[in-house]
Design a protein around this ligand. Structure first.
Ligand code: HEC
Ligand code: HEC
Length: 251
């Protein structure tokens, strides 16, 4: 009888051990899966391209500097182009007023402005053809400088619609046709610099390839802007400038 009892007691002890071991295993599996689900979490999606922390900070700044797009603007052909133009890598050299902006949208050191060259302090005094390798040194690309005072080509703080209308306007864009603009944004060294900005500067929010593709689509749609069902007649042939400007269709 003792043997049976002991046998039974022994069995029960094993059962208990089994329950405890099984419970522990369950807890461990649970702990591991909880840990994995936290550690391995994907970063929040931030648009089409992967954005670095720098880019997120820069983008937040753009949103502060340029009015938020309306629903119509956001789905317009010009929206992706606007996102690039309004980004700091471009808008810093296309500012409101005479002073370039420096990083984080702040003021450029030494009160540099369009007039500085007159005082013997041309952009090229500090900005070379290549980015400085010194931390916080001046970035560089060929012909570093601001757009001319007569056509300042302001990108900073412009809404999608305002910038769209300004960019296609020959009186404000340096007398360029849409095709010439496309050529400019595809190949100009100052534009290309935006994607090779040096240091820890963020690149614009979409790749240069996607920017060119978006710009091409806009050019193929003849520079249409939000709120329009048809783009206005652009690029008037010589002699018909006045007719186009007064809104009459060229003959
Ligand atoms: C005295 C030297 C000096 C002169 C002159 C100068 N810069 Fe700069 N610039 C710098 C330095 C250094 C930086 C990098 C530090 C920074 O971004 O704040 C810089 C940064 C910039 C940036 C920021 C680039 C970016 O997006 O991060 C722009 C834009 C710029 N300069 C434009 C100009 C223009 C346009 C001129 C001429 C009108 C000019 N600078 C003249 C020294 C100079
Ligand atoms: C170092 C300053 C600088 C930077 C950075 C810069 N630009 Fe410019 N941009 C200029 C100057 C100067 C002109 C005028 C060139 C001319 O008339 O030949 C210009 C002209 C343009 C034009 C044509 C005219 C118009 O209507 O605006 C476009 C488009 C343009 N830039 C786009 C960009 C884009 C996109 C970026 C960023 C990826 C950029 N720029 C960055 C200096 C700069």
């Amino acid at each position: 009888m003792d043997m049976r009892r002991i046998g039974r007691v022994t069995l029960t002890t094993f059962e208990w051990l089994g329950v405890i071991v099984f419970g522990l295993l369950l807890l461990i599996v649970l702990a591991i899966s909880v840990t994995l689900s936290c550690v391995g979490k994907d970063p929040e999606p931030m648009g089409e391209d992967h954005l670095t922390a720098e880019a997120v900070a820069d983008q937040a700044e753009v949103e502060m500097m340029a009015p938020a797009p309306t629903a119509d603007e956001a789905k317009s052909l010009f929206a992706p182009v606007h996102r690039v133009l309004a980004s700091p890598r471009c808008a810093n050299c296309h500012p409101e007023g005479d002073r370039p902006l420096a990083r984080r949208g702040g003021a450029h050191a030494m009160n540099v402005s369009r007039l500085s060259a007159d005082d013997g302090l041309a952009c090229g005094t500090c900005h070379a053809e290549h980015n400085s390798v010194v931390p916080d040194g001046p970035p560089g690309a060929p012909h570093w400088g601001l757009p001319p005072a007569e056509t300042p080509m302001v990108f900073q703080g412009r809404s999608v619609t305002a910038l769209c209308q300004q960019l296609r306007d020959r009186e404000r864009n340096g007398d360029r046709s849409l095709d010439e603009l496309l050529h400019h944004i595809s190949e100009d060294p100052l534009v290309l610099w935006g994607w090779q900005p040096g240091g820890d500067r963020a690149t614009p929010p979409i790749s240069h390839e996607k920017f060119v593709a978006g710009f091409t689509a806009w050019v193929e749609a003849k520079g249409i802007c939000p709120g329009e069902t048809e783009p206005p007649a652009l690029d008037p042939v010589e002699g018909e400038t006045e007719a186009a400007e007064s809104g009459e269709a060229p003959v």
